[in-house]
Each structure stands twice: as C-alpha cells, then as structure tokens.
Design a protein around this ligand. Sequence first.
Ligand code: OGA
Ligand code: NI
Length: 387
Amino acid sequence: MASCFNGGAGWPEPVVRVQAVSDTCGDTIPERYVKPPSERPSSPAASADSDDSGGLKKSIPVVDLSMPDADETCRAACREWGFFQAVNHGVRPELLRRARASWRGFYRQPAEVRERYANSPATYEGYGSRLGTTKGGPLDWGDYYFLHLLPSSLKNHDKWPSLPPTLRETTEEYGEEVLHLARRVMRLLSSGLGLEASRLQEAFGGVGGEGACLRVNFYPRCPQPELTLGVAAHSDPGGMTMLLVDDHVRGLQVRRPADGQWITVDPVPDAFIVNIGDQIQVLSNAVYKSVEHRVTVSAAEDRLSMAFFYNPRSDLPIAPMAELVTADRPALYPEMTFDEYRVFIRQRGLAGKAQLESLHATAKKASGSSVINVPSPGPPAADTSSS
Ligand code: OGA
Ligand code: NI
C-alpha cells in the first residue's frame, strides 16, 4: 500500500495520496474509491451524451465575451444551464499556460516536497486528498491544493508551494486577472436581474470585501475509471466558479437541468468554464441556477484543473435579495452566512444538491406554506442521486 504522511493531521483516517495509489495499485483500484453502481459514470440512469436528446441543447453554451450580445448570452446560460464556457475573456492565454504549467510542476515534485503543505480539516488550506470528513466515507479519485486569495487577511504566500519557483508569482498574477473577470460577470448578472450593476457585488461584501480561493485539482490516471469519479456529484457551495481545465482531456460532466442527463463538456482551448454556485442561486432567488456536476477520470491520461471560487464575504447573511421577493415569488431560502453553509457542507460531504434543497425545505416550513410534498407510500423518487 502507498505510504501515508499525515494521518495525524486531524482527518478521520490516514490520508493516502491518490497520486501514490495510482502509481502502486496495478490494475485494481482500492475498495475505498469504488462508487455504488448508481453513481458510476456508466450507470444507465445517468448515461451521458446519447444522441437522443429530444431537441434539447447538446451542451453548455460557449460565449464570446468580446461580442456585443455577450451579456445577454451569459445571463441566458446562467438561467438555463448554470454553466457556460467563456472565450475572449481577457485573461492572456500565455498566463493560462504558465499557471497550468506551474501547478503541474508542483504535482511532479517529490512526495516529501508536496507533503510539507499537507492540509488539515480545520482550514483545508494546502495539499489535500479528501473533501468531506465523514469517517469511512467513499473517496474521490483526486488530490487537490487549496489556497486563499481574498480576503487579503487570509492570503499567505508561505502556505503556497515554494516549488516550482515560478508558482507563487504566477498564481498571484493569475488570481488577479481571474478576479477581474469574475467581477465583470457579477455586474452583468446583476443587471440581468433588473438591479444596479453593482448590487450583486454589494451583497457579496463589495469590491475588496469578497472572498476568493483557488483549488487546483489533480486527477491521476486510473486503471478502472468506470468504477469511480474524480469528484462526486456536487454543486459548488460558493458564489461563482471560473474553471480552467486541460485543453485535451475531458472529464467534467454537467447534469443538464432540462432532463437530468449527464453531459460531458468538450473543453474549448483557453476558455474558462464559468458556473453559478449555491450563493448566487440563493441571492437571485433561483433565477440563476447552481447546477450539479461531477468529474470522470481516465485510464490513459492524468488531468489538472484550476477552480477559482468567487464567494461572498463569509460572515454576511445571504438570502434572496429583497427586490426579487414578491407575493408571487416568495423567498425560496432562509438566511445563512457562507461560513455557516460551509460547515454544514463539510460535515455532510459532497451530496449532489442535497444541501440547497434541504434549505429550501426549511424555508417552506418557516413560511408556514402547506409543508413539503410528502411522497405517497411506494418506491422512493427515482432521482436519488440529487437528494
Ligand atoms: C470543483 C469542480 C471540476 C473539474 O473543483 O468544484 O467541479 O473539472 N471541478 O475539475
Ligand atoms: Ni465543482
């Protein structure tokens, strides 16, 4: 078995790097990574990409941000899919390549170098290999590095890898440029709700008051990709995510809102895959959708992805914005800070969209409306993977 370095760092069980498992496991992955049949990439209930889409759009929209109609195309994508790929987004391709190359460089460092940054469940900052903290819970086939960019009080270069030597400077520059892009999308989303362009941003804590962090995921080659996932189905808990992926390796699947099918995203070179997170779904009272997605892995190639998470300031109450709440469309969610929401999620681990849906149920109860649809006796609803 692969050696483990940081079993004492507060995780429920010793942590093993998936990179080490991949190097040593031969043809068979350890049981801990095997997903139940209904969650596997090939499960018939969730088979992706069939030709028979019944006229539904085949994949997430690609939006050229340099076109005059870009704002409306982005908004429509965020209402219908919760996802789009942005091209001509203003972040230099040279910087995208440099950022990916630096982080690949980190994952190529010897294990002793990587382990200097091993993380703990108290903050998740640093090099990690598991997302929830449930003892005995199933594991995903991926390692990650998590770091803070904003607020500046949380940003600490000493917690970022010192090797390769270009990494810190490149990550700093990358973070600044992606932040500009995120703020631009915030403004157009806000206008799309009939509000001042700055309104949504203000709900996040205003310019400079927001949170931003980066998770660089590394998915090693996997000898049995049909049995596991790089990241299990989830929606992003934060505000908005700008994801940069390897141009040539597919892996991200989005659950098409129209019919619940898993759709594989074909990455457009140098594009950002932008998606709405739970906090914008809450603030917009579900005009913009936070949609479930997951990551498949490959036997042939490893894959690196950089997820920039753009979040509200973590201690602000987040609830549907008052301007959007009417008698016809009451608030769908109760108020909660992002800090509170994050604790809730980390305790439960990734569970599709269950977290947001349970908040919705709480809001319904609180408003006294004729409580939650109680399913009639009989088999449970078919859609168990999202509950
Ligand atoms: C995430 C995520 C997708 C990917 O980090 O939240 O969904 O393709 N990543 O790595
Ligand atoms: Ni995600």
